[in-house]
Design a protein around this ligand. Structure first.
Ligand code: HPA
Length: 279
């Protein structure tokens, strides 16, 4: 990934969208596509048509970049994300996050499906991510020459998820009877799910949920100092003593069930968002 590849993709998108200038970037996770129905879509561009963009391989991921308005706010939405387990480098996985920043976003909202490690969680609960543990070892999206136009060589990670937005999301949930917790997300590479011993280890490390995405995108967003909101949908419980066989259908069903709640919180967050840009 080079700066000129990022710029080429950005220029292409500006031309295709009549210089649409989004304020918020949204990345939709596995089974969490329903938000799209609420977006007033102005432009939809397939990943495969965007220069240097990776192409999504997982069959239930759509693979389009959407430009439009949601609750009156200009958004760019990734309908389908890239995962490390698909074979991409983390630089490729995070390429769209850099492009969204170049297109002008001022904050990033990421969602994902995750396994619950905290005993107080239930399937289809939401977890507002308040910190993460990167287990994408030894890969790193920032490895290599630092792109100094975006950020520092050694970006700060003391508050990867904007504390005021975490509080706001929790407040919205509470005021509307939505089950949501604040918690730590452990990002693993996948694609296999974890063993009981690994779930035990992740819990001991301090994680409340585990999933195969999000952390690389957030590292890159924070490199560029973009404020981030992360929302996990708990799709399966990963308590070692009670572990059931993972079934992708059940995981997707749990994600679908929680979707309206997640959509509601994202829309509420957006409606309170004040852009630093003139419209
Ligand atoms: N592990 C990793 N990723 C996941 C899980 C899990 O248990 N559930 C949903 N995504």
């Amino acid at each position: 990934m080079t700066l000129s590849q990022l710029q080429e993709a950005t220029e292409f998108l500006k031309q295709q969208t009549n210089h649409f200038s989004p304020q918020t970037g949204i990345i939709l996770g596995t089974g969490l596509g329903a938000l799209v129905q609420d977006i007033d879509i102005e432009y939809a561009i397939d990943y495969e048509n965007i220069p240097h963009f990776p192409v999504s391989t997982v069959e239930f991921h759509k693979g389009r970049l959407l430009f439009g308005t949601l609750t009156g706010k200009k958004v760019i939405c990734m309908q389908g994300r890239f995962h490390y387990y698909e074979g991409y480098s983390l630089a490729q996985v995070t390429f769209p996050v850099r492009v969204m920043k170049l297109l002008g976003i001022e904050q990033l909202i990421v969602s994902n499906a995750a396994g619950g490690l905290n005993e107080n969680y239930q399937i289809s609960d939401l977890m507002i991510i308040n910190d993460h543990i990167s287990l994408f070892l030894p890969e790193n999206p920032l490895r290599g020459t630092n792109l100094a136009t975006f950020g520092d060589r050694f970006p700060d990670m003391s508050e990867p998820y904007a504390a005021d937005l975490v509080a706001k999301a929790l407040h919205i949930a509470q005021a509307n009877g939505i089950r949501a917790h604040a918690g730590v997300y452990a990002g693993v590479t996948g694609p296999q799910l974890e063993t009981k011993a690994e779930y035990r280890m992740l819990r001991m490390l301090g994680a409340d949920a585990v999933g195969m995405s999000t952390v690389p995108e957030v590292i890159v967003a924070r490199h560029m100092e973009l404020p981030v909101v992360g929302i996990s949908v708990i799709t399966d419980m990963c308590i070692p003593e009670q572990l059931e066989k993972a079934e992708i259908e059940k995981i997707l069903a749990a994600a679908y069930k929680a979707e309206p709640n997640m959509t509601f919180i994202i829309k509420e967050l957006l409606s309170h968002f004040v852009s630093g840009k003139a419209n």
